[in-house]
Design a protein around this ligand. Structure first.
Ligand code: DOR
Ligand code: ZN
Length: 422
């Protein structure tokens, strides 16, 4: 199948190109780029007024497969990805069983063969996410992992994390750290502050996130191995990472759209769909996260797509943490950061397409001729209201429900095939 993307506005950070162009897709790759390309034998997609981006890479997704497929599975998670313009999904290992052996990785990759996004699994740092015994990183790498993480949980002992980081680096795997001190959290369920006091529920102190972020940076510094800090939500962590980068510590980090769009005021509704870990913080943190995106301290925008069923989320205090996000991440980012003149489209492509792939060694992220035709096409001005029931994910726990965004994905292509059309 041949497609001609006619008259779109292409934004390509990697190729340092931004402007109106036709793009010809043939045999799964970007075959030509330029003005007035011939449409012979091609299906023409009228992209006048639309923005053409490299397919997004979301480096923090929970696909729940194997083991919790009532929440999500590889196929539905990738359908949600396609609907969000995401063509590369990096999936976290807190499945059941945990992704700590080549067998689980092979199962995920096998299922992903028929999915509408490319899947890049993350293996565990420690067996069963228990923090007791390191996984076989060479085996995980050989099976197809791009990184290791115990995401969902911290690696509690610094010595264990140090061994994990050294071992993973030697095997050529990135390490993604979920920074949390469980003793500080001590059963807390939302940000510790005015709102938690008002609701009379236990808070999650920033100290939990900030102390473990500082620890990971210290390990990275002492051992000279890289660390990627997951889901940065506090001003303190952003400041620590900025300072670490300034002295040459090999660190990178990510945040999610909820942290730069919402605050813990949302929790006043006592709705568990606004609960995730780390939690929504305060306006000062939200602003600090935006500043850290602007000055390059934060490298990537991810979703931490964490599907949970309505039953799981029913009880505000007992519900598991997590929100879905694959289908709203570009829209939320365009609304909050592009339309408010905080970031340019090229900045957003860097944060959502280029940097995640660079950190993990995943190919793609450019609209250059010869690249795989993994492409997202959006109407950056179309307004729409998030209706969780319409999401492609099996779960509907969106913290953006009812919000109106400006920016909608219209088409997604994966290896030159149409995998989503609005
Ligand atoms: O909110 C979260 N949900 N944070 C995590 O770290 C884990 C995730 C999940 O797996 O549900
Ligand atoms: Zn996490």
């Amino acid at each position: 199948m041949k497609f001609l993307l006619k008259n779109g506005y292409a934004v390509d950070y990697a190729d340092d190109f931004e402007g109106k162009t036709d793009i010809l897709i043939e045999d799964g790759i970007i075959a030509a780029k330029g003005e007035n390309l011939s449409a012979e034998g091609a299906e023409v997609i009228d992209c006048e007024g639309l923005t053409v981006l490299p397919g997004l890479c979301d480096m923090h997704v929970h696909l729940r497969d194997p083991g919790q497929t009532y929440k999500e599975d590889v196929i539905t998670g990738c359908a949600a990805a396609a609907a969000g313009g995401v063509t590369a999904v990096v999936c976290m290992p807190n499945t059941v069983p945990a992704a700590d052996t080549p067998e689980v990785i092979e199962y995920i990759l096998d299922k992903a063969k028929s999915a509408s996004a490319k899947v890049y699994p993350v293996g565990c740092i420690t067996k069963g996410l228990k923090g007791e015994e390191l996984c076989d990183y060479n085996a995980l790498k050989a099976a197809g992992c791009v990184a290791v993480s115990d995401d969902g949980r911290p690696v509690e002992a610094a010595a264990m994390m140090e061994s994990g980081m050294k071992g993973a680096d030697a095997a050529g795997l990135a390490v993604i750290s979920h920074c949390e001190d469980l003793k500080v959290i001590n059963g807390g369920i939302i940000n510790d502050g005015e709102v938690s006091r008002q609701l009379g529920v236990k808070g999650m102190s920033r100290l939990s996130e900030d102390t473990v972020t500082a620890r990971e940076l210290a390990i990275s510094r002492v051992c000279g191995v890289p660390i990627h800090i997951a889901h940065v939500s506090t001003e303190g962590s952003a400041d620590l990472i900025r300072a670490a980068k300034s002295v040459g510590i090999k660190c990178t980090c990510e945040t999610g759209p909820h942290y730069f769009t919402l605050t813990d005021e949302k929790l006043l509704s006592r709705d568990a769909d606004y609960r995730m870990n780390p939690p929504l913080r305060t306006e000062a943190d939200r602003q600090a996260i935006i500043n850290a995106l602007v000055d390059g301290t934060i490298d990537c925008i991810i979703t931490d797509h964490a599907p949970h069923s309505a039953e799981d989320k029913a009880d505000f205090e007992k519900a598991p943490n997590g929100v879905v996000g694959l289908e709203t991440s570009l829209a939320a980012t365009l609304t909050e950061l592009y339309h408010k003149n905080v970031l340019t489209l090229k900045d957003i492509v860097k944060l959502m397409c280029v940097n995640p792939r660079k950190i993990l060694g995943i190919p793609g992220g450019s609209l250059r001729v010869g690249e795989p035709a993994d492409i997202a096409i959006a109407d950056i001005n179309e307004q729409w209201t998030v209706d969780p029931v319409k999401l492609h994910s099996k779960s509907h726990n969106s913290c953006f429900k009812g919000m109106t965004f400006k920016g909608k994905v219209k088409y997604t292509f994966l290896d030159g095939k149409s995998v989503y059309k609005d």
